[in-house]
Design a protein around this ligand. Structure first.
Ligand code: BGC
Length: 552
């Protein structure tokens, strides 16, 4: 009898312990903003036809900077300026994807993704911009990529311009600061449509014009390295004005390329034209109305800066209100060209921050956690802050002001749904890089944190879709570690790492997890992937017709 009583107490005690542990876990998760996430997310939580993929960009992985007729790009030159990139890193070799593309496509295939997002190197296919000829070797390289994806049942999702362009265009007229760049870009886009458009259904005209304008012309940390105080001390530039001019030219270039595609290619090729914008989420720092307005203003000055013109034909009213005549204007003809010039919206989402008003509050920068210039129009008079009452907004990552906040992806998608209700959304970048102090090789390879990150963000996205958002795809940034611009190789976002000496690709735990998550269940899926035709010695698939253009 006594024994039975002790066993009962024992079980009761264990039961209590389990309950306590579960509640403690729930409380801990609530602190990190994870409370709304279901424990496990499944591929079947997403609608039919939803595209899961991985993203890369040409400059970050290709290497081969002068092979087969490619010219030097703005980045090839910039990385050689002392102090421009951590550790003096360059992308001369990067992951050598130019020579290892076939192995990489095998890896992509092995993950079981539906689509692969990559970008075209402008300097590889038009080494002298519109002044010169098309480079046949460059065209051949991307034909090989596209063909080898298609025969494996993977949809090519092509970014035309992802930060890199021929240096000659910068030397000749100053790159995106000049309206001449618009026509040069249209020639580049037209070349892509002509040679690749017969097989590409998803186009992204540009990657993050909003972030590029900021980093290249306000902070001066991307080429051409322009800035002025208090944002930085560069040898040239005006941080209050130049980002607005560069953005203006990129928006017009986008709209001209889309017009060309719609008039001359879309009816035959049947693709969709979109754009990718940097999509940081802003939450008000406090319940104060001023901070709520600051969060709305920050969203208008970042996301809507890049999207309002392409949907409604003009800059956000919030920007017009706070900017003076430094914000350029569009002619009525340009407004017409811009209106509805995107078929879908691509969001690159990494960070959620708090927004604090700087119109009525003092936002003078006095410590290293704040950014200079937040009390100026170019920043929308908003200070971005990552903790509230001493509590960080989420767990840290290796990127500045970037914390793990899964609810942010739903919030930014909800914002886009409300502001652009008719536009489908693709998340074309979302990814995690560990903080520096987690740099131990084992941790990096056994990347449980990245797995948890993607599970939580994907779950939050699934909730946005259940709540009515028209989201059609999710791409992990990135397939493998890459050259991360001014951070060089210090930031590691890859599902795969690669050995910098042997260049061997090494799967991380997260690659295995993504593969399991995407595992095909229907026989039809398996069958569509089984028959992969042989390729010839040039890496091309025999009997596939390439493009509508004759080689120059
Ligand atoms: C860019 C990528 C970059 C990533 C991580 C994104 O904004 O599109 O090229 O590697 O951020 O920094």
């Amino acid at each position: 009898m006594k024994i039975t009583a002790s066993i009962t107490y024992y079980y009761f005690f264990c039961f209590l312990l389990v309950i306590l542990l579960i509640s403690a876990k729930a409380i801990a998760e609530e602190g990190n903003g994870n409370a709304e996430q279901p424990a496990e997310v499944k591929k079947s939580d997403f609608p039919d036809g939803f595209l899961f993929g991985v993203s890369t960009s040409s400059y970050q992985i290709e290497g081969a900077i002068l092979d087969d007729g490619k010219s030097l790009s703005n980045w090839d030159v910039f990385v050689r300026k002392r102090g421009s990139v951590n550790n003096g890193d360059t992308a001369d070799i990067a992951a050598d994807h130019y020579h290892r593309y076939l192995e990489d496509i095998e890896i992509i295939h092995s993950l079981g993704v539906d689509a692969y997002r990559f970008s075209i190197s402008w300097a590889r296919i038009l080494p002298r911009g519109k002044l010169g000829d098309v480079n046949p070797a460059g065209i051949m390289f991307y034909n090989k990529i596209i063909d080898n994806l298609l025969i494996r049942g993977i949809k090519p999702f092509v970014t035309i311009h992802h930060y890199d362009f021929p240096q000659e265009l910068l030397d000749r007229y100053g790159g995106w600061l000049s309206p001449f760049m618009q026509d040069d870009y249209v020639r580049f886009a037209e070349t892509c449509f002509k040679y690749f458009g017969d097989r590409v259904r998803y186009w992204i005209t540009m990657n993050e014009a909003n972030l590029l304008s900021e980093l290249a012309y306000e902070k001066g940390i991307y080429p051409p390295g322009h800035c002025s105080p208090p944002f930085g001390n560069c040898s040239a530039g005006n941080s209050d004005i130049e980002p607005l001019i560069a953005m203006h030219n990129m928006l017009l270039a986008h709209s001209k390329a889309v017009k060309l595609y719609r008039e001359q290619f879309q009816h035959k090729q049947g693709g969709m034209m979109g754009v990718a914008v940097s999509a940081m989420m802003y939450e008000p720092l406090s319940d104060d109305e001023l901070d709520k307005e600051a969060a709305n203003r920050a969203l208008a000055f970042s996301l809507a800066w890049g999207l309002d013109p392409l949907v409604y034909g003009d800059y956000p009213p919030e920007m017009r209100r706070y900017h003076g005549k430094e914000l350029p204007t569009f002619t009525s003809e340009e407004k017409q060209l811009l209106s509805n010039s995107t078929d879908f919206i691509g969001l690159n989402h990494y960070a959620t921050v708090y927004a604090k008003d700087c119109i009525y509050s003092n936002c003078m920068c006095s410590n290293t956690t704040c950014l200079p210039g937040e009390n100026r129009a170019i920043k929308g008079f908003v200070s971005t802050i990552t903790e509230r009452d001493g509590v960080p907004i989420g767990e840290p990552t290796g990127m500045f002001q970037t914390f793990i906040v899964p609810r942010g992806i739903k919030e930014i998608v909800d914002y886009a749904k409300k502001r652009y209700p008719d536009k489908p959304v693709f998340i074309v970048e979302n990814g995690y890089c560990p903080p520096w102090e987690h740099g131990e090789v084992d941790d990096l390879q056994h990347d449980t944190k990245r797995v948890e990150y993607h599970k939580a963000y994907i779950a939050s996205l699934a909730q946005a879709i259940r709540d009515g958002a028209d989201v059609r795809g999710y791409f992990i940034w990135t397939l493998m570690d890459a050259f991360v611009w001014s951070s060089g190789y210090d930031l590691k976002f890859g599902l795969y790492s690669f050995d910098r000496v042997t260049l061997n690709r090494i799967p991380r735990l997260s690659a295995k997890w993504y593969r399991d998550f995407l595992r095909k269940t229907s026989l039809k899926d398996l069958e569509s992937r089984s028959a992969i035709p042989a390729i010839n010695q040039d890496g091309l698939v025999p009997n596939v017709k390439h493009g509508s253009a004759e080689m120059a």
